[in-house]
Write a new protein. Structure first.
Length: 532
């Protein structure tokens, strides 16, 4: 058997399909790389990393094979005499994309006419509607098309039971909301319309109660290169962005998500199949009318980038009705749960072999591993005290906040000692240690005030809270039974201090903009020496 790789996207899809051949010693698989695509970056490196047995293209076209598998319709299939199974690398034929052989556009996923006429091409689709759409283009090709369902969709569904495990892997607490932004490629995509959308989401959602993950189409990664992608999103990564790699993690992220923000890409349709609350950040006119993704767009609310993002996400989650996209999803995916078995039967039938028992199984995605993730070390903290005396606090990653925005109430910077950006370190009103000190805590707090001359408070963590040193004043001990984050606790102290209300006693903390946390958290504050 020969496996042909052309782009990173198509290689990932074909690799996921090969598990149906596990444990079969009768087969010999060889990989070759058609390097003619503009999106060829990353393919050779991945093949090498996986230690695949490879043959050069010139050697491959001279070889004899019993079956060829690819997930790229743009491979030149004319030199091959064996049956060629063409897997989809998205959902159906739902986008018009630039034609690499002309100045026009073509229907994504459809094998060019030259290959249809010169090779034994066997397309695989996920729903009978897609075969009928293909029939309008090429009756001959449609006659060789097999409906198996969708291997990737079955994997996403298998991962739903592992939701808690995936959230743990991403560092998402049970009471936090995970927002997943997914974007296809080109100018009409979610990040094409708004390049800084990941940063905008992070800037608009309080850290207490929210995490943001991003799934970018592999063509974004390999049109620019991974280093460039990391450069594009450097501030977002410093603000805690969970950037999923191009080769893994997106299916697990959908299972873990509380809300998905998408566009006309296939991952948005998979999110609907996973029954996740949805919003559209963009929807390009390259989407084909009448397809499942076009129907989904008619049912899905749009994210208004001119309005605060948090309330829009809150409304999308609250308005979501389980199963509301079922009819649309059913028009995209047939034979749910059977794709591996049907694909196995198809391939072994073409090989003239009996499929081994137990080979066709559906594997849930592994735990997601974000790329270059780092903890946030600088926060913009906003706060005020309401007429009932409750202290309201909301903290945001400072790396993506606008310093020109004027807040209602108080605003200050809180940084960890490990903060590397001098903009934040030099202007921090509160500084804290990352972990409980090994030596005397009071000496550490004094040292921090010496190192950060603009700081009004320094803090050291202690089980159940933190201890703060006020510049030119005393020590403030803050305790919470709710596991409140240290920058939030210091935000309470800062607010009480700036409003002249710092005294011994209990106060109530309210986290602004955090869904599901309407109840106030009791905080104990003790000042030494006592004020007055």
């Amino acid at each position: 058997m020969l496996v042909i790789a052309r782009t990173f996207t198509s290689l990932i899809r074909v690799l996921e399909s090969l598990d149906v051949f596990r444990d079969d010693f009768r087969l010999r698989l060889r990989f070759c790389f058609d390097d003619t695509s503009a999106f060829r970056r990353g393919v050779a490196e991945l093949l090498s990393r996986l230690e695949t047995p490879q043959v050069a293209w010139d050697e491959a076209v001279k070889g004899e094979y019993d079956l060829i598998i690819t997930a790229s319709e743009n491979v030149d299939l004319s030199p091959f005499a064996a049956p060629v199974v063409v897997l989809p690398h998205g959902v159906g034929f739902q986008k018009h994309v630039p034609d690499s052989h002309s100045d026009g556009r073509r229907l994504s996923g459809v094998v060019p006419e030259a290959s249809r006429n010169s090779a034994d091409v066997r397309p695989v689709v996920s729903h009978p509607d897609q075969r009928e759409r293909l029939r309008s283009i090429s009756p001959r090709l449609a006659g060789h098309t097999t409906v198996i369902g969708d291997l990737a969709y079955d994997r996403v569904r298998a991962g739903l039971r592992l939701r808690d495990r995936y959230r743990d892997a991403l560092g998402v607490a049970p009471d936090e909301r995970l927002v997943v932004l997914t974007s296809t490629w080109k100018d009409e995509s979610a990040v094409g319309v708004r390049n800084d959308l990941p940063a905008r989401l992070l800037a608009g959602l309080p850290v207490d109660g929210h995490r943001v993950a991003t799934v970018l189409h592999p063509n974004i990664w390999f049109e620019h290169g991974p280093w460039e992608v990391r450069r594009f999103y450097r501030s977002a990564l410093e603000a805690g962005l969970l950037l999923l790699p191009p080769d893994d993690g997106w299916g697990a992220a959908l299972a873990a998500a509380d809300c998905v923000i998408g566009d006309h890409g296939s991952v948005t349709l998979y999110a609907a199949g996973a029954d996740r609350p949805l919003l559209l950040a963009a929807f390009g006119d390259e989407a084909v009318p009448g397809t499942a993704i076009a129907r989904l767009a008619e049912q899905t609310g749009r994210l208004d980038l001119r309005a605060p993002l948090g309330p829009q996400i809150d409304r999308a989650v609250a308005a979501h009705v389980p199963g509301q996209h079922r009819a649309t999803v059913d028009r995209a995916f047939a034979h749910v749960g059977e794709a591996a078995a049907r694909f196995s039967a198809m391939c072994y039938g073409l090989l003239g072999l009996d499929a081994p028992e137990g080979g066709a199984r559906t594997l849930a995605p592994g735990p997601p591993v974000p790329r270059h993730h780092r903890g946030v070390t600088a926060f913009e903290v906003r706060s005020h005290i309401d007429p009932d005396g409750d202290v309201h606090v909301a903290r945001y990653p400072a790396a993506v906040r606008s310093v020109r925005e004027e807040p209602d109430g108080l605003r200050h910077l809180c940084v960890a000692e490990s903060e590397t950006d001098s903009r934040f370190a030099d202007n921090a009103s509160v500084v804290h240690l990352d972990a409980e000190p090994a030596g005397p805590a009071d000496a550490e707090r004094r040292r921090l005030l010496d190192l950060f001359p603009a700081a009004l408070l320094s803090a050291t963590p202690v089980g159940g809270g933190c201890d703060c040193l006020v510049r030119g004043g005393g020590t403030v001990r803050v305790r919470s039974a709710a596991g409140t984050a240290l920058p939030t606790l210091t935000g309470v102290v800062y607010t009480l201090l700036r409003t002249g209300r710092l005294t011994n006693g209990d106060v109530r903390l309210r986290l602004d903009g955090v869904p599901g946390r309407a109840a106030a958290t009791p905080i104990r504050v003790d000042v030494e020496p006592p004020p007055g």
